[in-house]
Design a binder for this molecule. Sequence first.
Ligand code: DQA
Length: 141
Amino acid sequence: MKLLIVNGPNLNLLGKREPSVYGSDTFEDMFVRLQKDFPETELKTMQSNVEGELINFLHQADDIYDGIILNAGAYTHTSVALGDAVKGIATPVVEVHLSNIFSREDFRHVSYIAPNCAGSIMGFGADSYWLAVSWFVKNKS
Ligand code: DQA
């Protein structure tokens, strides 16, 4: 099984960005743990702070990966285009967030991604990614 994890804006700063909200692990730390816990799964990750690049990642991944795990960061709450991109591809997408977006500011309560995803996982820190990978492994292998 081949899975792509796509991270959006500011997630390259994990480890130093608001550790009280996002924890002190870098995404590299999280990714290494996923590789250790899912040795049979081919995991790849891409990150961009640019909306259009995230859309290109999704288009290019379509039919190449068995699933996509998408943390769109703040674009979750603003990007109709990213929501359309998720809708436009055949590969199933699971939305993830480290934090529980519903327990935060009102503007974070909207997701343009969620309606087009297989499901959404949030609020479990690094384990949000872990749960998304395990869902794909259990249901799409
Ligand atoms: C986030 C939540 C978003 O609201 C925020 O803009 C992020 C990170 C999360 O993983 O909790 O950048 O997607």
